[in-house]
Design a protein around this ligand. Structure first.
Ligand SMILES: Nc1ncnc2c1ncn2[C@@H]1O[C@H](COP(=O)(O)OP(=O)(O)OP(=O)(O)O)[C@@H](O)[C@H]1O
Length: 274
């Protein structure tokens, strides 16, 4: 059936217009559990008996030296990499190791990579609209049929990301920071329960960093946010709990003050002048 035919079928709700369900069971307080997770690449243990719990609504920062396993950990959570051993649960109901990448995304885990990948030839508004559509070819038709719900969500996300004034601007003319916020906004359109954000402030000005700190801390509570970041000033400005990864395991966990006073952390990471 053509996209046009699908859109003219008035008697059913289309998947891309349906509200995202959140069947995640967080009654025990945690939204993500990694237990004894290990993965090796050519005999090298990139993740080594990793244990990590993220609470529902929490903002967690993950730091650690190059090669500590931060990206691999994100890849495991999103289903891009399968661990050799261990378990990974989203709430207490969903075993993520039985699901593929699209299913994990559909459950409500959004991932923001370091480099922004917005559609530069489209406006800010259209980028957000497109983030709602599963089928990226339907944009022009979708605009005509856009429900009030989607318009309201776009307005909410424009407000959250501080991009209201730029709603009609082409994404291509945005600053680096604004593009990063737009991309976070695109993820927010799907109302994720857990957002994984990789080095959000790399290449940003001081002012953009402050705005990003406000944005991420504002999201916590409504959703859980895991931020991987090397910029210690930024981590200090947003962090409640910091996890330090080293050689694929948790080396230390606590407040920024606690981990930065930890001699093991100073030795393997902070002592590098990071
Ligand atoms: N697909 C792969 N094949 C082989 N080795 C890999 C693969 N992915 C990661 N590694 C290795 O696993 C280790 C952990 O890498 P990872 O990218 O997860 O670290 P990181 O903490 O994200 O580092 P950075 O801060 O530099 O981004 C590194 O030694 C890396 O070379």
């Amino acid at each position: 059936m053509s996209v046009f035919q699908q859109l003219t079928e008035r008697d059913r709700v289309f998947d891309f217009l349906a509200p995202v369900q959140s069947p995640v069971d967080v009654r025990h307080g945690a939204i993500l559990y990694l237990e004894d997770v290990s993965v090796s690449f050519d005999g090298f243990r990139a993740i080594n008996n990793l244990n990590l719990t993220i609470d529902d609504g929490e903002l967690r920062c993950i730091i650690g030296p190059n090669g500590a396993g931060k990206t691999t950990m994100m890849d495991i959570i999103t289903g891009k990499t399968r661990p050799d051993t261990g378990s990974v649960w989203f709430g207490s109901r969903h075993n993520l190791l039985t699901l593929n990448e699209p299913d994990i995304a559909a459950l409500g885990i959004g991932r923001k990579f370091q480099k922004p990948t917005v559609f530069e030839a489209l406006t800010v508004f259209e980028n957000l609209e497109l983030a709602m559509a599963a089928d990226k070819r339907v944009l022009p038709t979708l605009t005509a049929l856009m429900t009030q719900d989607i318009r309201d969500r776009i307005d909410e996300v424009l407000l959250l990301t501080g991009l209201q004034e730029l709603r009609g601007a082409l994404a291509g003319i945005l600053s680096h920071g604004q593009k990063q916020w737009l991309e976070i906004g695109m993820l927010l359109m799907q109302r994720p329960r857990l957002l994984l954000v990789d080095e959000p402030v790399a290449g940003m000005t001081e002012q953009e960093m402050e705005r990003t700190a406000e944005l991420l801390t504002g999201l916590a509570g409504k959703q859980s946010v895991v931020v991987v970041e090397h910029d210690m000033g930024f981590v200090r400005s947003i962090a409640r709990t910091v996890t330090v990864l080293h050689q694929g395991s948790v080396l230390a966990e606590g407040t920024m003050d606690q981990v930065s006073a930890n001699p093991k952390v100073i030795e393997v990471y902070l002592g590098e002048g990071a």
